[in-house]
Design a protein around this ligand. Structure first.
Ligand code: BES
Ligand code: ZN
Length: 872
């Protein structure tokens, strides 16, 4: 089963002398006291005679414990608990014999509001009364808050779960209901079928006044019942998610070569949810905006988000649930793969969305950017203590992970890659596996050494930069570690990655069809005309071209040549923007590059063009000359597209054009483009004057319009948006308002938004939307950092069991700042605080400050000169 030989001796794990095989669990929640009673019988195998049994438990009060072996029942003579490791040790008077045993524990737990373990989530009913539902969130290590268990991914067992609930409530779990028995007149016990063998972190249940809509698969041998469950009145908003679910199940059943193994798959929308979604086997849970979508009232981008999230979580039903990582070191295998194959499924269902190009500008850039910091970590990262786990649910595990899988799947071809995946899933189904197991399956399938190719991408930190030079008719490319601080030391620059060069057109002298650079450098003859590296942006690296090569590529872009496709144009901007931020090239080269995009009309490329130019304005906000000049440049840049796209959303318009309109108008608004600002104000005034004018601000442009009027306006506009937030019946409408509110300018209003972030009105799950706006806004980011400091105790208490919120509170307000004095200040502030739960985020924030402030200092003069010469 699990490959203990390769495991890290420092891992904090339970002893293996006793292992569980089945849990028989009964849970009785009390929604008045916010507690629950539990009773569990665990079938065990005792592998060596022992007097002690150790188990995970957290915030549980154990009321009675006994163990039955060979027909005798024993109670422990002592029970001790280790708070730090969440372990409870039972010591028995006599040795328990080798063989089978049953451990019985009755206990009481807390139905907290901390979005972890078995917790409560609140909502208002039609009369405005506060009501509660109960739901579980166990990944990574919170099953132990709900029942005593061997809370490790490799300790797989089966489960029969029973929930004792009020008769009028719906109870859900991983498996379908087997039977319902009455307890008292107003209580029933809902018994669920036995699960397959699985890990604790995937166990789930939920209780509430749920309603549902239903469909079934049509192409699977054993049909699967698919439902979307919601709180009362919301089920129709689950229609889109429901429609795509059978299609995704069928698609994955096919490409994974194994049918979905459970009889049902439910999705449940939860109003308070720490992450985006959770892949519990057969009962996937979501934050509301990641599952529900209303064609009439939702911003269209939520539709893509729903599709992406649903596909990602369904992918885990195989990759994660059926085959589970042996330990958290291999978390990336779960998350990176689900991100890649989720994108594959969305692309399969919605080819018009061009999801892979969006992947290049979103996920891939996020992964590469984080990995350009010293404070990054290798994809495969040793996790010793479970407390470290939540810090690696980051852009490295997800986005770099998915990017290197994409690179590998291109290298092997997607067909061979998927054949290897089928082999891996078959071999390890209902068991655990490691990254090496995956490489073995892929190598067997492809007959090439996948491990050798991948080790440099998953075992070492960082990504390469390819420095390209031209001399005497020869192109030379040389790889080095890329750091955004541009100060790599020799000892940090020893890795030689296996880089699929993707030179296009392919030089005759490169014979390997995959063009794998396995050495530090390589040369080939300068091709005629333009040539590109990293065609389709399939490789995870930055390319640093000489000016001569860029001008040839630029000309090809202007000529509309096929050589430079969508991802190539996007990748070129992303690379040069990143290199200008790090100082590998002058920032003016990015501005010069923009001239080649005169005919550009695609969403993904504009996202980068507008985003990267906007980033300069944001980071140089304190330099009036540069800031104003860049905004002028930005206004000129977007003017053509503003006129072309306007503010209306024609019936039947394609999705990407609607995204493009948003990018353009937001960028225009931030740059103070006069016509755009005036039109935003005009439409906003009509919108708030009368509900009959609702359509004047299409849901997909509402956030942008709010942002523009708030950044230009005053108290009145602010009150209107605040009112919109408070009155919004749907969570996605609240989200767009929260994202926009941070753009207010007046100090007293900024303070009001900050206070709102931790008020009763904003769900704790939503704080980062408020922080995102406040941090993007130069007028508020400094005071938002002061506010985080002043409210640190509150925030730290509130989010101590959250996966990432505390890290976000630190990272967001600092992320776009370029004030060098903050570095010292931040360090001083945290000097006497316990930072271990968000240390990575803190280190990354500090390093980001370093990069930003160096950029500012290095380029102030050069940029202002370029702007003057070019009349901005
Ligand atoms: N397994 C994760 C959920 C999770 C994340 C649990 C962090 C515990 C800690 C789930 O599959 C996931 O990755 N969710 C993403 C959304 C997805 C579409 C990328 C999330 O929650 O952001
Ligand atoms: Zn995931």
């Amino acid at each position: 089963m699990c490959n203990k030989a390769s495991s890290n001796p420092n891992r904090v794990v339970l002893p293996t002398n006793v292992t569980p095989s089945h849990y028989n669990l009964t849970i009785t929640p009390d929604f008045k006291e916010f507690t629950f009673d539990g009773y569990v019988e665990i079938d065990l195998s005792i592998h060596e005679p022992t007097k002690t049994v150790q188990i995970n438990a957290k915030d549980l009060t154990l009321k009675s414990t006994s163990i039955e072996t060979a027909g005798n029942t024993h109670e422990p003579v002592s029970t001790t608990h280790d708070e730090h490791h969440d372990t409870t040790t039972f010591t028995f008077e006599h040795e328990l014999a080798k063989g089978s045993a049953v451990l019985r524990i009755s206990f009481v737990g807390i139905l907290s509001d901390k979005m972890a373990g078995f917790y409560r989530s609140s909502y208002k009913d039609a009369e405005g009364n506060t009501k509660y539902m109960g739901v579980t969130q166990f990944e990574a290590t919170d099953a132990r808050r709900a029942f005593p268990c061997w809370d490790e991914p490799a300790a797989k067992a089966t489960y029969t779960i029973a929930l004792v609930v009020d008769t009028d409530l719906v109870a859900l779990s991983n498996m379908p209901v087997e039977s319902i028995t009455a307890v008292e007149s107003d209580k029933k016990t809902v018994h669920f079928e036995k699960t397959p063998i699985m890990s604790t972190y995937l166990v789930a249940w939920a209780i509430g006044e749920f309603e549902y809509i239903e469909t079934t698969t049509t192409k699977l041998e054993k049909p699967v019942t698919c439902r979307v469950y919601t709180l009362p009145g919301l089920k129709e908003q689950g229609r889109f998610a429901l429609e795509i679910t059978p299609k995704i199940l069928e698609y994955f059943s096919e490409i994974f070569g194994t049918a979905y193994p459970l009889p049902k798959l439910d999705h449940l929308a939860v109003p308070d949810f720490d992450a985006g979604a959770m892949e519990n086997w057969g009962l996937v849970t979501y934050r509301t905006v990641a599952l529900l979508f209303d064609e009439k009232t939702s911003d269209l981008r939520f539709k893509e988000q729903v599709a992406g999230t649903v596909a990602h979580e369904i992918a885990h039903q195989w990759f994660g649930n059926l085959v589970t990582m042996e330990w958290w070191d291999h978390l990336w295998l779960n998350e990176g793969f689900a991100t890649w194959v989720g994108t594959l499924a969305v692309d399969h269902l919605f080819p018009a969305w061009d999801t892979w190009s969006t992947f290049v500008v979103d996920d891939m850039q996020r992964g590469i950017s984080l990995d350009s910091l010293r404070s990054s970590h290798p994809i495969e990262v040793p996790v010793a203590d479970p407390h470290e786990i939540h810090q690696i649910f980051d852009a490295i595990s997800y986005s770099k992970g998915a990017s290197v899988i994409r690179m590998l799947s291109n290298w092997l071809t997607v067909d061979v890659f998927l054949a290897g995946i089928r082999r891996y899933l078959k071999k390890h189904e209902y068991e655990n596996a490691t990254t090496d197991d995956l490489w073995n399956a892929l190598s067997e399938e492809s007959k090439v050494d996948v491990r050798e190719f991948m080790n440099t991408w998953t075992r070492v930190i960082g990504i390469p930069i390819l420095n390209v030079t031209e001399a005497d008719g020869i192109v030379t490319v040389e790889q080095h570690r890329f750091l955004s601080t541009n100060d790599v030391k020799a000892e940090e620059d020893e890795t030689v990655w296996w880089v699929p060069l993707g030179v296009h057109p392919k030089p005759a002298s490169i014979v390997d069809p995959n063009q794998t650079l396995k050495t530090r450098s390589l040369s080939f003859e300068v091709p005629e005309g333009a040539y590109l590296f990293n065609k389709h942006y399939g490789g995870v690296f930055r390319t640093n071209y000489p000016p001569s090569a860029i001008s040839r590529i630029g000309k090809a872009i202007l000529d509309g040549s096929d050589l430079v496709g969508l991802s190539d144009r996007a990748g070129l901007i992303a690379d040069i923007a990143s290199l200008s931020k790090s100082g590998h090239t002058a920032t003016s080269n990015l501005l010069d590059l923009v001239q080649y995009f005169k005919n550009e009309e695609t969403y993904v490329v504009w996202e980068l063009l507008a985003g990267r130019v906007g980033e300069i304005a944001s980071i140089f906000a304190d330099d009036e000359r540069v800031n104003q000049g860049i905004k002028h440049f930005q206004r000129n840049l977007v003017d053509r597209m503003v006129n072309k796209l306007g503010w209306e959303f024609p019936e039947g318009e394609d999705y990407l054009t609607s995204r493009l309109r948003n990018v353009i108008l937001r960028s225009a608004g931030r740059a103070g483009h006069e016509a755009t600002v005036a039109e935003a104000k005009r439409r906003f005034a009509l919108f708030v004057s009368d509900p009959a004018h609702d359509s004047i601000l299409h849901p997909s442009i509402r956030q942008t319009a709010f942002e523009i009027v708030l950044s230009q306006g005053g108290e009145e506009e602010f009150r209107h948006v605040l009112k919109y937030f408070h009155a919004a019946p749907k969570q996605d409408q609240q989200v767009i308002a929260l994202l926009a509110l941070g753009f207010v300018q007046q100090p007293e209003l900024i303070a009001e938004v900050q206070a709102l972030a931790i008020s009763e009105s904003v769900r704790p799950q939503d704080i980062f939307y408020v922080l995102a706006g406040l941090s993007a806004n130069p007028a508020s980011r400094r005071s938002t950092w002061e506010w985080v400091k002043a409210n640190w105790t509150t925030l730290a208490n509130r989010y101590k069991s959250s996966m990432s919120m505390l890290g976000a509170c630190v990272k967001y307000p600092l992320s776009q700042s370029s004030d060098v004095s903050l570095i010292k200040e931040v360090k001083e502030f945290f000097a006497d605080k316990d930072t271990k739960d968000f240390q990575r985020a803190l280190d990354q924030a500090l390093e980001g400050l370093d990069v930003n402030s160096a950029w500012l200092q290095r380029e102030q003069e050069g940029l202002s000169e370029w702007l003057s010469v070019n009349k901005y």
